[in-house]
Design a protein around this ligand. Structure first.
Ligand code: PMP
Length: 402
């Protein structure tokens, strides 16, 4: 008998299982709308030209080596990540109150935040939106939180933000809970609060003494404008609040497998900043010791060079615009088919995903009959649509709905 005889096979991770099924499928017109990764209009992954450019420079730079990075990561990267988030010359940066810790993707930043808040501030309750990115719950559970609670977010009947429900649930939170808020391009609903709604949300969080953990995985994908997409974070900082931001460059740099993230720590003094950073370093030392170099070096090279930065902004816009075009095309096809239901939400939602409102039975019909793979909750990755497959997908939605 094996020492592992009692270890059971774990349940599949939905999004990876979908890709495996898709890869096995031999049907010519199959479509994978599951995984959240950008695709070109040929349905291919896109290495941003500006990333290739930075990589060529790095390959030619013989002063670079493979020594360990500092525990907190590459300084030029952490500074650039903070500048991108808060904007040039933000008072909290000028006053030396912000620190960045390079992490293994946005996931690593969330996990580091969860650990720090548990160990140092004794947090034990976290609020996540309903619905949210599936991993939020798992990350906080793994960090030992006893309660993972939900705040209402999605009004399924009206396919819009349930602000009233959200505020009510936040108002009823126990003192000192952690709350995860998506900075922009909410995953999976594609629906963000307006600027005025943000003010109301932050008011309630402040009233309830909640710790704000902003999840910023899609800066640039919501509006195409990096500054606009950082509104919530800049607004919170302008109110003098101390908070964390889990940043990911997986999507906006297309650096998915390089695990390029940053935990930005906004404090109210240089002294506090130092204390938090050094404690985070001890936690990192025990989790992954120090981060990997490549993705961070690419991002630092681009963000710290004005010409490359401009080039990158253009390429983020190309991605954002292609998604908008796909929303429009899908919407028009559904309209022209006369598919029952309103489909305005497809063009109203923003960012990488559309929360279609398809039921489980309809999703299953998409997969089993049409070879189109999507999450059970009905989320589709808009970037997986192309001018070549959008008609096929629209027809399949139509067939699944009628
Ligand atoms: N937060 C959200 C909302 C996400 O959608 C993702 C990626 N799917 C992450 C965090 C994690 O990003 P990363 O791949 O950089 O770990």
């Amino acid at each position: 008998a094996s020492l592992f005889a009692d270890v059971e096979v774990a349940p599949a991770i939905e999004v990876f299982a979908l890709t495996a099924k898709y890869n096995e499928d031999t049907f010519a017109e199959k479509v994978n709308l599951g995984v959240g990764a950008y695709r070109t209009d040929d349905g291919k992954p896109w290495v941003l030209p500006v990333v290739r450019n930075a990589e060529s420079q790095m390959a030619a730079d013989l002063t670079l080596n493979h020594e360990y990075l500092p525990v907190a990561g590459l300084p030029a990267y952490r500074e650039a990540a903070i500048r991108l988030l808060l904007g040039d010359g933000h008072p909290v940066v000028v006053e030396n109150k912000v620190e960045g810790i390079q992490t293994l993707g946005g996931t690593g930043a969330l996990r580091l935040a969860a650990e720090f808040l548990k160990q140092m501030l004794k947090k034990d309750v976290v609020y996540v939106s309903n619905p949210t990115w599936g991993n939020h719950r798992g990350i906080f559970k793994a960090a030992g939180y006893s309660q993972i609670k939900e705040y209402r977010y999605w009004d399924a009947a009206n396919r819009s933000l349930d602000l009233k429900g959200m505020l009510e649930d936040l108002k009823n939170s126990p003192d000192n809970s952690v709350v995860i808020l998506h900075t922009c391009a909410h995953n999976p609903t594609g629906t963000d609060p307006t600027e005025d709604q943000w003010k109301q949300i932050i008011d309630v969080c402040q009233e309830r003494k909640m710790f704000l953990l902003m999840d910023c995985a899609y800066q640039g994908f919501a509006s195409g404008d990096l500054d606009k997409d950082a509104f919530a974070v800049r607004y919170i900082a302008s109110r003098g609040i101390e908070f964390f931001v889990a940043q990911s460059f997986s999507k906006n740099f297309g650096l998915y497998n390089e695990r390029t993230g940053n935990l930005s720590i906004i404090t109210n003094s240089p002294d506090v900043k130092l204390r938090v950073r050094t404690q985070c370093e001890l936690i990192v030392r025990k989790m992954w010791s120090n981060p990997s170099n490549h993705g961070a070096r690419v991002v630092a090279t681009v963000l710290n060079n004005p010409a490359l930065y401009d080039e990158w902004k253009q390429q983020v816009l190309i991605m954002a615009n292609r998604i908008k075009l796909m929303r429009q095309l899908l919407y028009e096809k559904l309209r022209s088919l006369g598919t029952p239901g309103t489909w305005e939400h497809v063009i109203k939602q923003i960012g990488m995903f559309s929360f279609t409102g398809l039921s489980l039975r309809q999703v299953e019909n998409m997969m089993n009959k049409h070879h189109i793979y999507l999450l059970k909750e009905g989320r589709i990755n808009m970037c997986a649509l192309t001018t070549k497959n959008v008609e096929y997908v629209a027809n399949a939605i139509h067939d699944s709905v009628i």
